[in-house]
Design a protein around this ligand. Structure first.
Ligand SMILES: [Zn+2]
Length: 179
């Protein structure tokens, strides 16, 4: 296996799948999971044939899981399906630019580790591989500044409130100052 050829772990996993398994994984990802009977009914007139061996193989690879008859992508399976779409969209939208890559801990479907560098998830327009919107990346610093200034503004208000209340009390009860 030529490691330099691969761009990330999902790329390696995707390259090991046959075309039928790839389509099946993508379909289950897009459906957000389904039961076997529905899947078979859906694919009855397709050329995919018996889906059970394909499901078993994808499960053995850790890309699908079956719970109580419901087949769905695992975290890694979703990552591979998203990576496949990423490659398709990159070829279509930005053929001359490098493909935005996922980082470890990211599959494009669940919130990843903290991130300040937007890497377009082309399969989810406006979102990063870390599952945050583009706006959330650009707001990282201003957000901190805002919360700090809000805090000091609030503290000032609170302080002024206490002072003015004390003043009011003193105004109402001038006898206190003469006692
Ligand atoms: Zn990000």
């Amino acid at each position: 296996m030529n490691k330099e050829k691969f761009l990330n772990l999902f790329d390696i996993q995707l390259s090991g799948l046959c075309p039928k398994s790839t389509v099946l994984l993508q379909l289950l990802h897009d459906l957000r999971g389904t039961i076997l009977q529905d899947l078979e009914a859906l694919l009855r007139d397709s050329r995919i044939g018996d889906v059970r061996p394909l499901l078993a193989r994808l499960e053995a690879l850790g890309l699908l899981a079956c719970r109580q008859g419901f087949w769905a992508c695992t975290w890694a399976g979703a990552g591979v399906a998203n990576w496949r779409q990423q490659l398709c969209w990159a070829e279509y939208q930005m053929p001359d630019e490098p493909v935005p890559l996922p980082r470890p801990g990211e599959n494009g479907n669940e919130l990843g580790p903290p991130c300040s560098k937007f890497r377009a998830a082309l399969f989810a327009p406006g979102y990063c591989w870390c599952y945050r919107s583009q706006a959330e990346h650009s707001l990282v610093l201003p957000k901190l500044d805002l919360s700090t200034s809000m805090k000091s503004w609030y503290q000032t208000r609170l302080y002024n409130g206490v002072i003015s209340r004390l003043n009011e009390e003193q105004m109402r009860e001038p006898s206190l100052t003469f006692s």
